[in-house]
Design a protein around this ligand. Structure first.
Ligand SMILES: NC(=O)c1ccc[n+]([C@@H]2O[C@H](COP(=O)([O-])OP(=O)(O)OC[C@H]3O[C@@H](n4cnc5c(N)ncnc54)[C@H](O)[C@@H]3O)[C@@H](O)[C@H]2O)c1
Ligand SMILES: O=C(O)[C@H](O)[C@H](O)COP(=O)(O)O
Length: 384
């Protein structure tokens, strides 16, 4: 059995090596010639999986080690009886931690002492949005959640969900929808000129969903105008050929890495491994946990003096500081135009190991119960 896999999926040999022969190829430039003799295809978000790629192949199972599936023509796969599986939720915690890290930096930038005083509008409450809402709720933030597809189906929806317009009134708006073009609640250019015009300088807009959820031409115009909101973009229209002007205009610019914690990536591989085992009727022999090394930073210790110093911020930033990713992306924008797309992809391919907050044990000496609660809510493990 031949398994063709994107070269950027981690641990393919470890998980799939005893299931078949593996051919690693570039996900970005994957061609029909690369996959024609394959039985199994494993991709990430950069490969368009459709009739053009697979019509002459014998592929009978496609797995994507990502949450998003907008790169896959699911209707065509179904029409050909090709099995498909994604990795829902694999990197949801990673994205939630990215948003928390951004929020802590934003509160500091705005001179807001108690970050929970910022209201947060979460647009899209699936795996990522719900995980973020759960953490923010524990941290005592005021949140509004907008998810029309869920609101239509769930009881007490009016108590739980708000409209998009209500979410857009919050201090911070964070987008967590899939990219859809044909559904009744299609998200393509959902944040359009009219909606961008309503945002003001006192607001922060974060997009970690897909670039096309925001109309980026309208966004550039808005950011050139008066009273413009602060914007953080992890995802871009036309990746990897992203707009240097937009990079320059936004406050933080990162190369589609919100979900790139090591845990998120390894869980993505594990999830498609599990579904392939089910598909082939094979026993499950591998687990993500066995491949997670000891983290470089394993323990942080705070004394009672930490109460005044924003210990949560120190711990979060020791694990992950989005400004490092922002600085690296901005440097690539100085390259000649023809080199920028490759540099964007290389930032993703060679992404440094980033561990989730839960990999660090926090030791607290003489600190308050409320600081302990904060660390737990952020997702750190306490060593008491
Ligand atoms: N930047 C990254 O690294 C990264 C990582 C993971 C996921 N993502 C993106 O984030 C998206 C969301 O991830 P998820 O795991 O939460 O997906 P999910 O499918 O679990 O949840 C998406 C939610 O959005 C809701 N939704 C759909 N249309 C909507 C609309 N018009 N308005 C408001 N809500 C709407 C759905 O009902 C669902 O509850 C993914 O599809 C992917 O594109 C990006
Ligand atoms: O949908 C997802 O899971 C994320 O966008 C994912 O992190 C994208 O990473 P890629 O597949 O492009 O490496």
């Amino acid at each position: 059995m031949l398994i063709v896999a994107d070269e950027n999926i981690p641990l393919v040999e470890s998980f799939f090596g005893d299931i078949g022969n593996i051919r690693r190829v570039s996900g970005r430039s994957m061609s029909p010639e690369d996959v024609n003799d394959a039985d199994i295809l494993l991709v990430r978000s950069v490969t368009r999986v459709n009739e053009a790629l697979l019509k002459d192949s014998r592929v009978r199972y496609v797995g994507t080690s990502t949450i998003g599936t907008d790169h896959v023509d699911l209707t065509w796969l179904e029409s050909r009886g090709i099995a498909f599986s994604a990795a829902p939720g694999c990197n949801a915690n990673s994205v939630a931690e990215y948003v928390l890290s951004v929020l802590s930096l934003y509160a500091e930038k705005q001179g807001v002492d108690d970050w929970e005083n910022l209201s947060v509008g979460i647009v899209g409450a699936g795996n990522v949005g719900s995980e973020l809402a759960r953490k923010l709720d524990k941290l005592d933030f005021t949140i509004r959640v907008c998810d029309p597809p869920r609101a239509e189906q769930e009881e007490n929806a009016e108590e739980v969900f708000c409209s998009l317009d209500e979410a857009l009134e919050c201090d911070v708006i964070t987008l967590h929808t899939p990219l859809t073009k044909e559904s009744p609640h299609a998200t393509f250019h959902m944040i359009d000129k009219a909606r961008l015009d309503r945002l003001t300088a006192g607001q922060l807009l974060i997009n970690t969903s897909r670039g096309e959820v925001i109309d980026s031409v309208a966004l550039q115009e808005r950011l050139d105008g008066p009273n413009a909101p602060t914007v953080v973009l992890d995802v871009w229209e036309q990746e990897p050929r992203i707009s240097p002007k937009l990079v320059d205009q936004v406050w933080l610019a990162t190369p589609h890495i919100a979900g790139y914690s090591l845990e998120g990536k390894v869980q993505g591989t594990e999830m498609i491994y599990l579904s392939l085992c089910r598909f082939l009727g094979l026993p499950v022999r591998k687990k993500a946990g066995q491949y997670l090394p000891e983290p470089a930073l394993s323990k942080l210790s705070f004394t009672s003096a930490a109460e005044e110093m924003g210990a949560g911020n120190i711990a979060m930033r020791s694990c992950y500081d989005p400004r490092r990713d922002d600085a690296r992306l901005r440097l690539t924008m100085e390259l000649p135009e023809e080199e920028r797309a490759g540099a964007f992809d290389r930032l993703r391919k060679n992404y440094p190991v980033r561990r989730e907050f839960s990999s660090v044990k926090i030791q607290l000496k003489g600190t308050s119960k409320s600081l302990q609660d904060t660390f737990r809510a952020l997702g750190f493990k306490l060593k008491i």
